[in-house]
Design a protein around this ligand. Structure first.
Ligand code: ATP
Ligand code: MG
Length: 464
C-alpha cells in the first residue's frame, strides 16, 4: 500500500531533510493515515535538536521542557482559514518515572528505534518517512485487528505513566477498537496509579472520550477497568442506587440511568454530554425510602450541582465550561406543565440563560430516553414552542425595539416622565399580545398615541 502525505507535510519534512536531518511522521497522524482518517495536528520525530529546528523555521515556537517545537501551519478548510500545529520532537529515550507521570530525566536519543520504544501503544509507534513505514512493534497488524496493545510490558508501561491507561480507553472509544487482553489486565491491576495523575491530564483524555462517537462505551470501559472509581468516584457510587419503587417511573439504578442518558443525549458538545452523564449524581446522597417503600431524592439537583462543582474544580475545567456544567445540572429538573405562566417560563430562561436552552433540552431528551420514556411528549413539545414564543416578547422596557429617543422625536419633546409612560404603554400592549415587538409597528403606534393624546390632552404643556 502506498501512502501519500499532504503537500504541507511533505514541504516541512523536505526542508528538514535538506538540512541533513532525519524526520518522520509518527503517532496519531500515521495511525490515521493507515486508517484513512483525516488528521489536523501532525506529530514528527527527528534527530535534529529543538534549536536546530527553530533555525530552519523562524516562526516556530519552542518553550517546553519536553523539547517539542511547534510550527503553526495556515490552511484553508472548507474555504475557512485554520491554523494547524505541526509538533516536532527530538528522538527521545526516557528513563525513571518515580511519580508515575513525569520521566525523571529525558534523554535525547539518536535513533528512531529508541524513540518508538518509549511510545505507548503499538498502533502509535509507527513512523513514516514519506515513502516507507517503520513499524518494529507490528502496529499495522494491530490496526487491522482493531487492537490496542502496549509497547513492551504493559505493567511497566502503566507504572511509568498511569495516564496511558486512560489513553488506551480514549483511543479505543475514538476508533471503536478493543484493548488487548494483557494490556487490559494490566489496566485493571494498575488503575489506582491514576490517583497520582494531574486533573488537567485526566480532563483532556476524559473530554476526548466524551467527544468520541460512542462516549457511553468509553465510560463503561472506564468502569469495567476500575478507572471510574478513581477519577469519578461520585459517579461510581451511583451504580446500584435503586430507583424502582411504587409511584415512580424509573426502571434503572441511578448509575445505569446516567450512562444510558449519555448514550441517548443528542448533542455532540462534550460539556453537555458530561452534564448529562452527571445530572443525577446528587441522588446517591439524597436517597430516602419511605415506610411504604417509596424512594425519594428530594433536592437532588442542588446536591448534584454542588458535587459537579467539586468535580469540575478537581479536573481543572475552564471557568466557562464549569459554569455551563453547573447551570445545566442545577436546572435539569425543570417542570414542563401546560398551566405554567409565561413569567414562570421567563424565569426559567433567565436562570438557564438563552444560550443554554437548546443544551438543557438535549439533556432532557437524554434523561427521558435513558429512563425508558419516549423521546418527547406533547407537553414537552408545547413547552419548547412556548419557550420560543416567550423569547420573542421583550422582558423589560429596554428590550422594546424602540427607545425613548423615538418617542421624543415623534412627539417633539425633551426628556421627562411622559416619555417613560409612552414606553410603558407600548410594553404592556406587547406583553398582552396586542402589539408585536417590531420597530416599524411600534413607531406607528407611537404616532397613533400622539394623535390620540392630542385629542385627550390638547393643553399638555409638553406637546407642540
Ligand atoms: P490524537 O492526536 O489523534 O489525539 P495521538 O495518538 O497523536 O492522538 P498525542 O497526544 O498527539 O496523541 O500524542 C502523539 C504521540 O505521542 C502518540 O501517538 C504516542 O506515540 C506518543 N505519546 C503521547 N502520549 C504518550 C504517553 N503518555 N506515553 C507514551 N507515548 C505517548
Ligand atoms: Mg496527535
Amino acid at each position: 500500500m502506498k501512502y501519500k502525505l499532504p503537500d504541507k507535510v511533505t514541504e516541512v519534512m523536505d526542508k528538514i531533510r535538506n538540512e541533513g536531518y532525519e524526520i518522520y511522521a509518527v503517532g496519531g497522524c500515521v495511525r490515521n493515515m493507515i486508517l484513512k482518517i483525516k488528521t489536523k495536528d501532525w506529530d514528527f520525530t527527528t534527530n535534529a535538536t529543538p534549536l536546530q529546528i527553530v533555525k530552519i523555521f523562524p516562526n516556530s515556537f519552542y518553550d517546553n521542557k519536553f523539547g517539542t517545537v511547534g510550527i503553526p501551519i495556515k490552511e484553508k478548510v472548507k474555504g475557512k482559514d485554520q491554523t494547524a500545529v505541526f509538533e516536532i520532537t527530538t528522538f527521545r529515550s526516557e528513563s525513571g518515572y518515580s511519580d508515575n507521570r513525569h520521566p525523571d530525566n529525558i534523554k535525547w536519543g539518536n535513533r528512531l528505534e529508541e524513540d518508538l520504544k518509549r511510545r505507548d501503544f503499538t498502533i502509535n509507534a509507527i513512523a513514516f518517512d514519506g515513502k516507507n513505514l517503520i513499524d518494529p512493534y507490528k502496529g499495522q497488524i494491530d490496526l487491522a485487528n482493531k487492537l490496542i496493545k502496549a509497547v513492551g510490558d504493559p505493567n511497566e508501561r502503566f507504572k511509568e505513566d498511569a495516564l496511558r491507561m486512560m489513553r488506551a480507553v480514549r483511543i479505543a472509544s475514538q476508533l471503536n477498537f478493543l484493548i488487548d487482553e494483557k494490556t487490559y489486565k494490566a489496566i485493571s491491576i494498575n488503575s489506582i496509579l491514576l490517583q497520582k495523575v494531574s486533573g488537567e491530564r485526566i480532563r483532556d483524555e476524559l473530554v476526548k472520550i466524551l467527544s468520541a462517537n460512542y462516549p457511553a462505551d468509553g465510560i463503561r470501559m472506564l468502569k469495567n477497568f476500575s478507572i471510574l472509581s478513581i477519577i469519578l468516584p461520585e459517579l461510581e457510587k451511583c451504580f446500584g442506587i435503586e430507583q424502582k419503587s411504587p409511584k415512580r417511573h424509573h426502571k434503572y439504578d441511578v448509575g445505569t440511568h446516567l450512562l444510558l442518558s449519555l448514550e441517548k443525549c443528542p448533542c455532540a458538545n462534550p460539556i453537555v454530554r458530561f452534564a448529562t452523564l452527571l445530572h443525577d449524581v446528587g441522588k446517591a446522597v439524597t436517597y430516602k425510602k419511605t415506610a411504604e417503600g417509596v424512594i425519594t431524592f428530594y433536592n437532588h439537583e442542588i446536591f448534584s450541582a454542588s458535587i459537579v462543582k467539586n468535580i469540575a474544580n478537581r479536573l481543572r475545567f475552564a471557568k466557562h465550561d464549569r459554569d455551563k456544567l453547573l447551570c445545566l445540572v442545577r436546572y435539569h429538573q425543570f417542570t414542563v406543565n401546560e398551566n405554567q405562566t409565561d413569567s414562570a417560563l421567563r424565569r426559567f430562561i433567565k436562570n438557564v440563560g438563552p444560550e443554554n436552552l437548546q443544551d438543557i433540552l438535549s439533556l432532557r431528551t437524554g434523561d427521558r430516553l435513558g429512563g425508558g420514556a419516549r423521546e418527547s411528549s406533547w407537553r414537552l413539545e408545547l413547552y419548547k414552542k412556548r419557550l420560543i414564543e416567550v423569547q420573542k416578547q421583550p422582558f423589560r422596557v429596554q428590550d422594546l425595539k424602540v427607545s425613548g429617543h423615538d418617542v421624543m422625536e415623534i412627539y417633539g419633546i425633551g426628556p421627562g416622565p411622559y416619555v417613560g409612560s409612552v414606553l410603558n404603554m407600548l410594553f404592556s400592549d406587547v406583553i398582552e399580545g396586542k402589539l408585536k415587538n417590531v420597530h416599524k409597528m411600534l413607531i406607528q403606534r407611537i404616532k397613533d398615541l400622539k394623535k390620540e393624546s392630542k385629542s385627550l390632552w390638547p393643553k399638555s404643556p409638553e406637546l407642540h
